[in-house]
Unconditional design. Structure first.
Lengths: 415, 415
């Protein structure tokens, strides 16, 4: 029996066009060009349309032009200049990045949707997309974080998957966007583990093959984790194996490791912000590099314990201790990230993080502080604050209940 | 049957009195005082005798004293001033640290010998001690590193153990001595795994109980790893369990985790220096924090692979990925250690590491460069250079055979 060769190609859409989204569009478009048998050349990038004036310090600013100082549509600017002058200035995008202000049109017929949106826009955008995507599409969430509350933990990838009734994986790592845009070397971790679906069987017309799967293993935190019916990829597409998904992201300057642990990858990107606050507190006290490294190490082990406690079925220790989304992202975040810097500043100046957020971030909240509060509220509801002494210490420092100097004592193992 | 209670106490000697040795003496003496049923109060510290003049900026310098500007014996200065004015100035030592210029007298009747000597002095000091220690003594090596050559790998703890025919464990971690001396918070890892010996059975007079053990599991690197007859600790001493050994080192500001993996702890302290060079090269190129974190992560995994390849029977992945002697020591070394700084400088100035060693270290060799050469010579002899692309890249950069810019390409996994 002859093997039915794949004759379709995957269409890829980047959902988002900020700093990180535009960087993703650039590298993915480089890869669709490099792998023409797998992917359609053109990569759609959904742009939340806005009127933008080319900044005077831009290489595209021409004072003699009649368009100088005139607001223009961001999507048109991107397609004309091959540059996102507002969110990723001075980086030339490949011509096969196509900015599109219509979310529905940008995602039409796409089999791969790469979500790179601020956390708070995900629900709204998914609602707009619902019913307008192919049912066998696959998604990857590049937005870091999880939704944690007293009630439980929901991964962003799960939120996307549930809202669109598709499978969604996750990408996370030590990934400062501006460095990657400049093609400075970095690594990332992509978690992609759809349920087994045999793509060699052509989907019968009108009755697509589907399989019932848990989007995420049931966990203590999500006792009601529901099953969803996911539709198999038709067999005339190349399979979305780890190897092929890796080819969509891997570049000579952006090394990808594929894993199956979506929960671990997602938790790493959220919990590292709490660790960065702890490292900042300790550094602000002038305790030196030993202390900072110790807090990072203890934090990584609390990440592992958190994953094991609430996602026991799916989380691997190695995701945190060996992958870019774990140890490396912790390192980067504790070397110079915003959470680290603000926490350090708060100790050095003897003021609260609230005040630093007011003075340094125009009142914008740090990811770390909101995650520390959310995680604490959840741990309290589980009666497990004492099992995570560093996370709990950070919360109590933010609340003014304990002092940073108490961290060693609070995290000391008494055995 | 009544349990025979331990009625003897362990006598502890610190073999070495440099910066790290004196710091160790301070914290161990704090602990012998805190645990009087286990340890004799006084801690002997062997001092390589030298004539020292109290520095003019010392708090002990008294221009009116007849001893001002006169050389005095270092051991006497330490015992009179309770300070090592030469190697750990401005730190007050507990009065139960007793400096002793005689190695044989300092170690007489000691059941616990803590080695904190520069690498190159270990063999000579052991030779001086041979025959002058109790046969059931136990040792801990606090000197980092391993002896690697074309012929194989020998842990320093193994060198000590073999020379003295006693069991020797290892202590290593993210431990910058000056920070610990100031009681700034840090952590360490102590590996201690003597063969099972039942200390409840009193040793018959004249025929001490002994047992035959491998000091270290046979490995590919040490096919001839020999067995040694180790003498059991008499039962009138408190057992040297993990719990009791931990009490000798653990302080509120110095948290100890006990493990059994002596090879892993020792390898971590040696191989991290190669990683620090790689991180320095990448940072010197201005590649940013993503790249630095990536190199550190890849380096930790090469540590794991190295341990597994050559000490498969005894090494645990978690020693490298979860303990202070692994991940945390890598972090500290790559944040500001000497290897890191010199490697970075060599790239920024466009000169060889040799030249940096000449100009910045008076020709003293970096630990990282010698380790990189030794490890490469060993890997070559095993035909395994390609299995350790980062270690091999560092060697080839030192040799001028490849450029630091090639690191991403050299360590890229082609799967």
């Amino acid at each position: 029996m002859a093997t039915l060769a794949a004759h379709k190609k995957h269409k890829v859409t980047i959902v988002g066009s900020g700093n990180w989204g535009t960087t993703m569009a650039k590298l993915v478009a480089e890869n669709t060009k490099a792998h023409p048998t797998l992917y359609e050349l053109n990569v759609q990038m959904w742009v939340f349309e806005e009127e933008v004036t080319i900044p005077k310090n831009s290489r595209h600013y021409d004072p003699g032009s009649e368009l100088a100082n005139k607001p223009q549509k961001l999507s048109e600017l991107i397609n004309n200049l091959h540059e996102n002058v507002k969110y990723l200035p001075n980086i030339t995008l490949p011509p096969n990045v196509i900015a599109n202000p219509s979310i529905v049109d940008a995602c039409k017929d796409s089999t791969i949707l790469i979500f790179v949106l601020p956390h708070q826009f995900i629900a709204r955008v998914c609602d707009q997309l619902k019913g307008h995507i192919v049912p066998y599409a696959r998604a990857i969430s590049c937005t870091k974080g999880v939704d944690v509350s007293e009630k439980g933990i929901r991964l962003l990838s799960e939120s996307i998957g549930v809202r669109l009734n598709i499978y969604c994986g996750a990408l996370s790592g030590a990934n400062i966007a501006s460095e990657i845009a400049l093609e400075k070397y970095s690594e990332t971790t992509v978690a992609y583990d759809p349920p087994p679906m045999d793509s060699r069987n052509p989907t019968p017309k009108g009755s697509p093959t589907s399989s019932t799967v848990d989007l995420i293993s049931p966990s203590k935190a999500n006792p009601s984790a529901r099953s969803a019916r996911l539709q198999a990829l038709p067999s005339d597409y190349p399979p979305l194996s780890h190897e092929n998904v890796r080819k969509l992201f891997h570049r000579p300057y952006f090394h990808v490791r594929m894993v199956s642990d979506v929960a671990g990858v997602s938790l790493g990107g959220a919990l590292k912000n709490i660790i960065a606050l702890a490292a900042g507190f300790v550094d602000g006290l002038g305790w030196g590099d030993n202390a900072k490294a110790a807090v990072m190490r203890v934090g990584i082990l609390e990440m592992v314990a958190f994953g094991k406690a609430f996602f026991a079925d799916s989380v691997h220790t190695s995701t945190f201790t060996e992958e870019s989304c774990g140890v490396a992202d912790v390192v980067t975040s504790c070397m110079g990230g915003r959470n680290f810097r603000c926490a350090k500043m708060s100790i050095e100046r003897g003021v609260s993080i609230d005040e630093i957020e007011q003075s340094e971030l125009n009142g914008q909240k740090l990811q770390g502080t909101s995650t520390a509060y959310e995680v604490n509220s959840f741990l309290k509801s589980q009666g497990m604050e004492d099992d995570f002494p560093l996370f709990t210490a950070v919360y109590n420092i933010l609340e003014g209940k304990v002092k940073p100097e108490q961290i060693p004592d609070l995290i000391e193992r008494k055995d």
